[in-house]
Design a protein around this ligand. Structure first.
Ligand code: CA
Length: 757
């Protein structure tokens, strides 16, 4: 342990005029320690005094549970920091708890592990000892996720008062639980005036269930209490965890000048009154389910925000004003009262929904509210407003639309031919002079990615793109393919020369990898284990121009061509098949093409331009949820332009259980395929060609079904969109759509039915 003494003479000149006793008391010795082990830290941590600095020695610290409990002063905080910012890695089962006053933590990196407790960083030591006037700055938490994705934790829990969390980097949270939570659970943590600023909230992958919020302030229980938290100048980059990016559940918070980039979900004023949302910038760039701001409760102000290219609908719209529940319980929906929504600019957004969620329970329409001076510009001249109930409680004035022939809300809206010009700040403004006072101000400066997080930590994508690294060629020499895959790096392509390949061992995919047949060839692969490919954490697989046959597979039931690890998958994966031919998966019964493990989650599973012939099992199995918590297996399943013939099982089994409404998926898109003799095997217990339970969006269009089992759809929750149209059914059963507890939202239309060819 190294120990240095620093005389803390802040303003030596001042001392000259002081008496010797006063002088002496001002000469308190502050110390600077450098510690190299948890034990060394523990020894000095007991007696930290104002002005002390503790440096953690550079290197990797395994399983270090830091308790930083001390009392500094405003002039002389106590600092715990990395010897060199970014060079201290806390890994394994490490975490940090702060308690006391005027503490500063700086420069640490949490990665390669997960917290053994409920938080990675906690602004409290225990229920009674909290942190006040303390700061965590330039800290990184990178992919520090519990590998059991159903185990819940927070990465950061803010307790106490007047704390600041700034310039931190948080990306890749994959397990359940809010990334950053502001807690108001005791009086000592209320009216807290915390500051959360200049943080980089990096990608949070789709969680596939409730519990994937990026920031939550309060809980419904304490939601009528003020929090006074200020969330300013943060950057939210692909925060896709669930429908709520930020969930405000307390009063008098300020959410100001943050940037939301291609993030799925919305900033939701879920509970609590008197919050201000201003100068925020949302860029959706047309990405699915990108949303804006959702208003519930009393006295909310939404002012001078800029929203562009957002596609979200329903509660995920660019702007949603909800209906409430009369005399609502604390955890339901309080009526919108006295909302002020002014000077916002909404450019090319798909939906604005008012009195949203109106139903028998949510019958209290918005009252005493104002919506004025907003610009709503759509290049396609579309009217994007939908009112689901009486909106006479919202007073509209001076809102401007672009060339909407007949605005659905006639009072308070003017339609004109608007011209747009992009300003130096990257935002679009109406060039027409007469509207210069309408919409967001010219002085609005979006927070840039580069202004957030620690400067020394790179903001790299958390997912590797396919085909982004080297290409290696292999031939069918025994073992060559297996070894090439093993040796490949993330993003590589392995190109197979023409020929027949036989693979004796199961191939684990633990990186982003493409396998493809050389140009104008379709090499055939046979395999001897119960699966050819097993996708593991960090794995994503693309197969192109290849043929697969099951004829060398083991003579037992339940084989599959591709599967994920059966359990323990907590990283989302991608699986893409294009121009692939799969034949003779028939050596025994229930031989599947793809079988998902429990808890595994595909961001994308896509099969295009491919052919499947003679399969005793299912093509795609995404049905491993058992406990109806809404933890499903894929966000997007796409089947396009394929041929399926003699398939005993279903083409797709998709199951998303429960009634929680926090997810967007699963989406099932089935276009331009041909099915013949599909789904009629005696072991296919749903007797369906498709069995879709709880899918939120399904489009089954322009397909031909010949001598095949019925499409069976079960609606469970939300307002699922099901469209089955323009298909030809020849000697096949008609589609069946069941409403289990959702309203009638399917459209089965324009299909052609023939009894025989
Ligand atoms: Ca939620």
């Amino acid at each position: 342990m190294k120990k240095e003494f620093n005389l803390k003479l802040n303003t030596p000149l001042l001392f000259l005029g002081l008496s010797s006793t006063t002088l002496f008391s001002h000469f308190a010795l502050a110390e600077s320690y450098t510690v190299a082990s948890p034990n060394e830290y523990k020894k000095i941590a007991q007696n930290l005094a104002p002005g002390d600095i503790v440096n953690l020695k550079n290197g990797t610290w395994q399983d270090f549970e830091i308790v930083f409990s001390a009392k500094g002063t405003q002039e002389k905080p106590i600092i715990l920091q990395a010897q060199t910012p970014g060079a201290v890695i806390l890994s394994g089962q490490s975490n940090l708890r702060l308690a006391g006053e005027h503490l500063v933590v700086k420069g640490l990196v949490f990665k390669n592990g997960f917290t053994p407790s409920s938080e990675v960083i906690s602004f409290r030591k225990n229920k009674d000892e909290l942190a006040y006037n303390s700061r965590v700055t330039e800290v990184v938490i990178d992919n520090y996720s519990n590998p059991d994705k159903r185990e819940s934790d927070y990465w950061v829990g803010l307790y106490g008062q007047n704390n600041r969390f700034d310039h931190n980097y948080l990306a890749g949270k994959r397990n359940k639980g809010v990334t950053v939570a502001v807690r108001l659970n005791t009086e000592q943590s209320q009216q807290n005036s915390h500051k959360i600023d200049h943080n980089y909230f990096g990608p949070r992958p789709v969680f596939g269930s409730n519990g994937g919020e990026t920031l939550r302030i309060g809980t419904s229980h304490y939601s009528l209490t003020d929090s006074l938290t200020q969330v300013t100048n943060n950057y939210f980059d692909h925060c896709d965890g669930e429908v709520e990016i930020i969930s405000v559940k307390s009063g008098k918070n300020t959410i100001k000048n943050n940037t939301f980039f291609e993030s799925k979900g919305t900033l939701t004023l879920r509970h609590g009154n008197g919050n201000v949302v201003e100068e925020n910038v949302f860029f959706g760039n047309g990405v699915d389910h990108t949303g804006g701001i959702r208003v519930i409760n009393k006295d909310q102000v939404v002012r001078n925000n800029y929203l562009e290219g957002l596609t979200g609908y329903r509660f995920g719209s660019a702007l949603t004003v909800m209906n409430g529940v009369p005399n609502s319980k604390i955890n339901r929906y309080h009526q919108v009262n006295n909302a002020l929504i002014e000077n916002n600019t909404l450019i090319n957004v798909s939906h604005i929904q008012l009195a949203a969620g109106s139903d028998a329970e949510r019958s209290a329409t918005p009252v005493n509210s104002i919506m004025r001076n907003n610009v709503i510009y759509n290049e396609n001249k579309k009217d994007v407003f939908t009112a689901f109930d009486d909106i006479s409680g919202i007073k509209f004035s001076n809102n401007i639309l672009n060339q909407v022939a007949k605005p659905s809300i006639s009072n308070g809206f003017e339609s004109d031919t608007l011209t747009l010009k992009r300003g130096d700040n990257g935002l679009l403004y109406i060039a027409n002079k007469k509207y210069s006072k309408v919409g967001a101000t010219k002085s609005l400066k979006p927070t840039l990615k580069s202004e957030t997080g620690p400067r020394w930590y790179a903001k790299s994508p958390i997912q590797t793109a396919f085909d982004s690294a080297k290409t290696h060629t292999v031939d069918n020499t025994e073992g060559a393919l297996f070894n090439a895959i093993k040796a490949a790096n993330d993003g590589d392509v392995i190109e197979l020369a023409a020929g027949n390949y036989n693979v004796a061992k199961m191939i684990a995919i633990d990186k982003t990898l493409t396998l493809r047949g050389a140009k104008n060839t379709k090499p055939t692969i046979t395999f001897e284990r119960t699966a050819l490919f097993e996708i593991n954490n960090d794995g994503s697989l693309k197969l192109e121009n290849l043929a697969f046959s099951g004829k060398n597979s083991p003579d037992s039931s339940g084989n599959s061509l591709i599967r994920t690890a059966k359990w323990g998958m907590y990283k989302n994966y991608r699986l893409i098949l294009d121009n692939v031919k799969v034949t003779d998966l028939d050596i025994n019964h229930s031989f599947h093409v793809f079988d998902s493990g429990s808890g595994a989650f595909a961001d994308v599973l896509s099969i295009t331009n491919s052919e499947f012939l003679n399969v005793t099992g299912d093509i795609v199995r995404l049905n491993k949820e058992r406990d109806d918590l809404g933890i499903y297996n894929a966000e997007y399943l796409t089947l396009k332009n394929n041929t399926f013939k003699d398939i005993q099982g279903a083409v797709a089994k998709v199951y998303r259980g429960g009634t929680d409404e926090s997810t967007f998926g699963p989406h099932v898109i089935v276009l331009d395929n041909s099915f013949e003799n599909v789904g009629l095997g005696k072991r296919n217990k749903h007797s369906a060609s498709f069995w879709l339970h709880g899918a939120q969006v399904s489009a089954i269009e322009h397909n031909t079904f010949n001598k095949s089992a019925a499409i069976k759809v079960e609606h469970t929750v939300g307002e699922p969109k099901t469209r089955i149209k323009d298909n030809r059914f020849i000697a096949s059963s008609a589609p069946e759509v069941k409403e289990l507890n959702a309203p009638q939202t399917q459209s089965v239309a324009n299909n052609e039915f023939n009894s025989a060819e």
